[in-house]
Design a protein around this ligand. Structure first.
Ligand SMILES: Nc1ncnc2c1ncn2[C@@H]1O[C@H](COP(=O)(O)OP(=O)(O)O)[C@@H](O)[C@H]1O
Ligand SMILES: [Mg+2]
Length: 369
């Protein structure tokens, strides 16, 4: 990451609408050149926080600094920021070039300067040759690029993007993830990207802030967020996870020994901040793809439990299985790539199998939230 780790600095920002705490005490530092995602379910305050950064909404308390300057009370046009809105409204009566150059005309640049900047922006979003097209004569994906070019043409220090891919169909959305990431690397502008789509955030962002109910619950790289979530809420939101209630017995090397009731005594990963005291109630979280099906019990060191297949669903490149362990309230969910392993089917329901997993696959989470 670059030399300014607090290029965008959000200090204890809150915004209330009546009794709704849309943004509730958020503090974040975003680095220069970073691709940063705000991820959370609908209504968690992502758009409100982005609008506060853009100057379209004033916070009730807290402050916003960009590149060292206090922006808290500055209007949008005084901020080195541009925003791509969720419904990127482009002007239907203007052609592509005119749409992109629109904001520059108001800046009093010469025709020549505007033409050069528009050409540069068209090239950046790979729309060369389409400048003369009417805004309604381009596809959804191209319209999305026009909106991006219109924001980039003003050379902002920070680009704010509010669910910019949500209007596109699935294939185009996945293709645009790759392109948008490449474009951000190329222009080197700090991107703050809002989405409710976990995969979108994981595939594009350098770091992700997960928000619930106006609060930031965890900020991490995609890999850390998925591999070491710090709460049950975050773990369940980023992908899916099996949760098993357990009581800490003690540490053994780099494993934590817990009593997991019906699952028995198992070994889990030792939390980074050390072993919780013996007797502490915890939750052990295990991702579905880290549970392995076996015909016989595993060797020393791994965890294992006998379980009964209750359901199987075939999803093409992978299958999902559900296995019930006697005494557990819910079956465990297992995901397996359909490579060489023999498939299990609905007709196999009732068969008894071994489930095994490595200690490090068990993530120790606090019992509450
Ligand atoms: N202008 C507004 N007036 C009243 N309530 C609002 C306004 N804008 C947002 N809210 C409320 O604030 C909360 C957060 O909204 P929003 O920031 O749009 O969430 P997100 O973008 O994560 O879906 C929601 O409960 C929403 O209804
Ligand atoms: Mg929103």
């Amino acid at each position: 990451m670059s030399n300014k780790p607090d290029f965008v600095s959000i200090g204890d920002v809150s915004k209330h609408f009546g009794s709704v705490r849309a943004v509730d005490g958020v503090s974040l530092d975003i680095a220069q050149g970073e691709f940063f995602a705000l991820l959370g379910p609908s209504g968690c305050g992502k758009t409100t926080l982005l609008r506060i950064l853009g100057g379209f909404e004033a916070p009730n308390s807290g402050n916003v600094h960009i590149d060292g300057a206090d922006m808290t009370l500055q209007p949008p046009n005084r901020r080195p920021v541009n925003m791509v809105f969720q419904n990127y409204a482009i002007f239907p009566h203007l052609n592509v070039r005119e749409n992109i150059g629109y904001g520059l005309r108001k800046e009093g640049l010469s025709k020549q300067q505007i033409a050069e900047r528009v050409d540069e922006a068209l090239a950046t979003v790979k729309l060369e040759g389409l400048g003369g097209r009417g805004a309604t004569e381009v596809s959804g994906g191209q319209r999305q690029r026009v909106a991006l070019a219109r924001a980039l043409v003003k050379h902002p220090k920070v680009l704010l993007l509010d669910e910019p891919l949500s209007a596109l169909d699935k294939n185009l959305r996945e293709q645009m993830r790759v392109e948008l990431r490449a474009l951000q690397q190329q222009v080197g502008i700090t991107f703050i990207f809002v989405t409710h789509d976990q995969e979108e955030a994981l595939s594009m962002a350098d770091r992700i802030a997960v928000m619930f109910d106006g609060k930031v619950r965890q900020v991490d790289t995609p890999e850390h967020l998925y591999e070491t979530p710090r709460s049950k809420d975050v773990a369940a939101f980023i992908g899916s996870m099996n949760f098993i209630d357990a009581t800490v017995e003690g540490a053994d090397g780099d494993a934590l020994i817990v009593d997991a009731g019906p699952v028995g005594r198992i070994r889990a990963g030792l939390p980074a901040d050390g072993a919780p005291a013996a007797g502490t109630t915890v939750i052990v979280g295990i991702r579905p793809e880290k549970l392995i099906l076996a015909d016989s019990p595993p060797g020393e060191g791994a965890n294992s439990i006998r379980a009964r297949l209750t359901a199987a669903s075939y999803l093409g490149e992978r299958s999902h299985y559900f296995l019930q362990v006697d005494g557990l309230a819910e079956p465990l969910s297992i995901a397996r790539q359909n490579t060489q392993a023999q498939l299990l089917h609905e007709a196999d329901a009732g068969s008894e199998l071994w489930l095994t997993w490595s200690p490090a696959s068990g993530i120790v989470l606090p019992a509450a939230g």
